[in-house]
Design a protein around this ligand. Structure first.
Ligand code: ARG
Length: 643
């Protein structure tokens, strides 16, 4: 993950001598684990209940008024009325330096941390660990108790646009979600491989190459390959449509004549001629020559591909994404696919049907998956076939522990078929290591000039809109060093935050006005919160490195203690995100925090306070800025310092 500081990737692991007796407990990485450990031990000692059991049942809370941790006592499976049990256990809980006497809410015990020790631990850690705070390298260890076993490896396949076709909303979502997952797994200590599986093969390339002969222009190609190739693609598809009309009409005529049992020989000869010179047929032949390895055809295709990738890289860089591997449908070896055919045949999974090879899933315990063609009548492979080849190739090349495909929910069936075939072929373990991360549709994605074709167009349009918004505040605008660049960053943030606001599976309406607004939970609002904290730090004129020595006991107000408690949750939020794999898990936490910040500024003033109080409060704000920054970076956002 390029955008994350190197310090994060090389994250501290918990050394064995600091190991907790509870599984998955890492007090040196997660301050809340200190409290879980403490509560489990204290309560265990006082009541004789197995401490490990208590530890495992301690849950985080949805809102701070429910405590910092809670224990649903029914989950301890003790034969006693839970309400009474909760009261009884609470009364037995000994006095503690770290937490207040537990409160009881129905069948729950609620634990509130004492502010001073919590602030010392949490703020102290945030200010010294910085970008690493909240990350947990043990998660990605093959064996957390034995670092010599190394990291787990994950392939995240995402974005995967089709060369010469529009980069549509589905590709945008895949890019945003995939980038986020790559960052998430990186900070959790995994070895992450970011892979782009381009749609870069098939008859459409034959069409494109022929189209380039008629409409192409070398200069335009080098200057703007993506747009130029798309223009060519549109024009040549026009030719296809022109030819298609008469062919269809002729076919219809033949059909009618046949029904009347009339002679159609002449018409069929005519049809054959028409088909023979049609653009579609020419494309098929051209693609055949590519499949057969014709050097000239391949050279042209390679040029299209290379130029497009170069351009994609620039656009991805704007989103803080760089791929480790540009793979694609073209890269899948014929042998991998024929190997797969053999396995399927041997396992009795595939069968012949009207000259093609198919898999009938309904016969293999997967009714919903229907049937899929594996080899066409003419012997050529399909999209699914290449994916089958790809999955085994990747397994052999990378020996991954996990692979995620970030692809739109429209392809749910495709991926389910892929995983099922893989399993039926005898690669059950491989199939179990793969996961489809899907997402819903974006509706109405367009720029103000019309329907959008490429990612660059959207980003440009949103950036310009943000620039207009920024200009409205003349004073601030004049202080921003590079307003165009800042507007660009804010625009990208707007698009990404809107995309990450709901659960992945929900679709949403692309709404330029809503996403660029400063009201509500938007990208600009989040950036503003970050910039404001940066501005406070500048104005305070305090040395950032000294804040860690502040006297945290001076943070006595409710607002301060609530903020500390929220900051303490960040490592747990990340852990939970690793389970949900939803960007919104991080995003809604960040909005909770920024809302709390907004309501704190008037109460916890920095400028004008006593020097020691000022320092303590600034330490709190600096910690909040750090956690906000950490969260934004995991989402793939570039936090700005001024706007
Ligand atoms: N290029 C495909 C499309 O645009 C997405 C590829 C998804 N990945 C895969 N392994 N099939 O629809």
């Amino acid at each position: 993950a390029a955008s994350l500081p190197a310090s994060v990737a090389a994250l501290t692991l918990q050394s064995t001598d600091q190991k907790s007796k509870f599984a998955g407990c890492f007090p040196t990485l997660n301050p809340m684990d200190i409290y879980r450990e403490h509560i489990a031990e204290q309560l265990g000692n006082a009541t004789g209940i197995d401490a490990a059991k208590i530890y495992a049942r301690l849950a985080w809370t949805s809102t701070l008024d429910k405590g910092d941790l809670s224990l649903p006592v029914a989950s301890l499976q003790i034969k006693q009325n839970p309400m009474e049990l909760a009261k009884e256990l609470a009364s037995k809980f000994p006095e503690s330096d770290l937490i207040h006497p537990p409160s009881v809410a129905g069948p729950h015990m609620q634990f509130f941390c004492k502010t001073e020790p919590l602030a010392k631990t949490v703020l102290g850690r945030i200010l010294s660990e910085k970008a690493a705070y909240g990350t947990n390298g043990n998660q990605g260890q093959k064996d957390p108790s034995d670092p010599s076993k190394g990291q787990k490896k994950i392939i995240i396949e995402f974005s995967s646009p089709n060369i010469a076709k529009p980069f549509h909303a589905g590709h945008l979502r895949s890019t945003i979600i995939g980038g986020f997952l790559a960052n998430l797994y990186t900070v959790m200590g995994w070895d992450v491989i970011k892979m782009n599986y381009l749609g870069d093969w098939g008859k459409q390339y034959g069409l494109l190459a022929n189209g380039f002969k008629y409409f192409g222009n070398e200069e335009a190609l080098t200057k703007d390959p993506i747009n130029h190739l798309f223009d060519v693609y549109v024009k040549v598809n026009g030719l296809v449509a022109e030819h298609d009309g008469p062919i269809k009409a002729l076919k219809e005529q033949i059909k009618i004549k046949k029904e009347k049992s009339e002679d159609v020989a002449e018409l069929e000869a005519q049809l054959a001629k028409l088909v023979d010179v049609s653009e579609d047929e020419k494309a098929r032949r051209y693609f055949k020559s590519m499949e057969d390895g014709d050097p000239e055809a391949l050279a042209l295709w390679r040029k299209f591909r290379d130029l497009s990738i170069e351009k994609y890289k620039q656009t991805y860089a704007r989103l803080n994404i760089d791929f480790d591997v540009y793979s694609g449908e073209s890269q899948i070896k014929g042998e991998s696919m024929s190997e797969a055919y053999k396995l399927m045949e041997k396992a009795g999974v595939s069968e012949e049907s009207e000259g093609a090879v198919i898999v009938d899933f309904t016969k293999h315990g997967a009714k919903k998956l229907g049937k899929a063609i594996i080899v066409r009548k003419d012997g050529t492979p399909l999209y699914l076939t290449r994916d089958i080849g790809a999955i085994t190739e990747r397994d052999e090349e990378y020996h991954f522990d996990k692979m995620i495909y970030v692809v739109a929910a429209q392809q749910d069936l495709h991926l389910a078929q892929l995983f099922k075939v893989t399993e039926l072929m005898g690669h059950k373990d491989l199939a179990s290591r793969c996961q489809h991360i899907n997402f819903g549709m974006v509706r109405g994605m367009s720029t103000r000039k019309g329907t959008v074709k490429f990612l660059d167009d959207i980003l440009k349009d949103v950036g310009e809109k943000m620039h207009e918004v920024m200009k409205k505040n003349e004073v601030k605008y004049s202080q921003v060093e590079d307003p165009v660049k800042t507007a660009d960053t804010l625009g990208i943030t707007s698009v990404m935050v809107q995309d990450m606001t709901g659960k992945r599976i929900n679709g949403y309406d692309f709404n330029l006005d809503a996403m660029t607004s400063f009201e509500g939970d938007t990208g600009p609002y989040l950036q503003y919160a970050h910039a404001r904290l940066c501005s406070m730090a500048r104005k305070s004129e305090l040395n950032a490195d000294e804040l860690v020595n502040a006297n945290f006991d001076l943070l006595t107000e409710q607002h301060a203690s609530d903020l500390v408690r929220l900051l303490a949750q960040w490592p747990d939020v990340l852990l939970n995100t690793a389970k949900t794999l939803e960007p919104v898990t991080v995003l809604s936490y960040l909005f909770r925090m920024t809302h709390m910040l907004s309501s704190s500024y008037d109460v916890l003033k920095v400028i004008g306070s006593e020097p020691e109080v000022k320092k303590a409060r600034m330490a709190l704000y600096a910690s909040a800025r750090q956690v906000l920054n950490n969260g934004m970076r995991i989402l793939g956002l570039n936090p700005v310092e001024r706007m």
